[in-house]
Write a protein that binds this ligand. Structure first.
Ligand code: GLY
Length: 257
């Protein structure tokens, strides 16, 4: 079965990290509604959603993708680039230990899960404001024994690699070229997004979760044959978060006990 780990919106999300955005007031109640709709969408697609309680002490903790990477064989506890986020992994680690053997990145590595774009056995890692070369090296050491190849990709003008590009499956990458060196994806089919906020898409099988703020991206993907679910994530976007950031999706032999 497929599992999605999510976490409630922190009451302190207004104090989140921001790198490329100006701070704007966040309507926490509305953010919670949008997040609940996201979880409902995942559940409707057949995923078992493990919804963790909000973390008042960690404004960005709703973005569960950033502290961990879950592969079929192993889970890697990452080391987020923002010091304020380094404690977010603790609760995830306890859950992931039930499903996978764990590896951990250590200082001086920094690496946010938002900088990881996985396409089969190839793992692209954004070199960004949050993720460094030591992070790439330590991740490679953790996952290469399982047959993965790790490739660094230059990112510019946006927070994470997956702000700029998403893997849709079937050798296809959705990309906003001004923010990423698209040459890194040589050999893949590239689809250019008509709106920059459309480049972050969560693929669940043949269904793509697309931001409501990116209707032309949704239309293009539908024309290309994908099923699209539009989700309003406007409040979470003010916290510089996107759709992939809000879940850790992986397969497990059994549901949680
Ligand atoms: N606010 C999301 C992040 O900066 O990590």
């Amino acid at each position: 079965m497929q599992i999605a780990i999510t976490r409630g919106v922190s009451p302190s999300m207004d104090s989140c990290e921001l790198t490329f955005l100006e701070r704007a007031p966040i309507d926490i109640a509305r953010a919670r509604e949008q997040h609940a709709a996201y979880e409902a969408c995942l559940a409707g697609l057949g995923l078992h959603v493990i919804s963790l309680p909000a973390e008042p002490g960690f404004p960005d903790a709703v973005f569960v993708e950033d502290p961990a990477l879950v592969l079929e064989e192993v889970a890697v506890i990452l080391r987020p680039g923002a010091a304020s986020r380094r404690g977010e992994a603790d609760s995830l680690e306890r859950i992931l230990a039930a499903y996978r053997p764990l590896r951990r990145l250590r200082d001086p590595a920094t690496l946010d899960g938002g900088d990881i774009l996985r396409a089969g056995k190839t793992i692209y890692v954004g070199l960004s404001a949050r993720s460094n070369a030591a992070g790439v090296q330590q991740l490679a050491a953790a996952v290469e024994p399982f047959g993965y190849a790790v490739r660094p990709v230059l990112v510019r003008g946006c927070l994470h690699l997956k702000s700029a590009a998403s893997y849709l499956g079937e050798g296809t990458v959705l990309v906003h070229r001004p923010w990423v060196d698209a040459g890194a994806f040589a050999g893949m089919k590239l689809i250019d997004v008509p709106e920059e906020c459309g480049a972050n898409v969560l693929a669940i099988g043949q269904t793509l979760l697309v931001a409501k703020a990116a209707p032309r991206t949704a239309e293009r993907l539908e024309q290309l044959g994908w099923q699209v679910r539009l989700l309003d994530n406007s409040e979470l976007a003010k916290a510089e978060g996107a759709l992939t950031c809000c879940s850790l999706v992986f397969t497990a032999a059994l549901p949680p006990s």
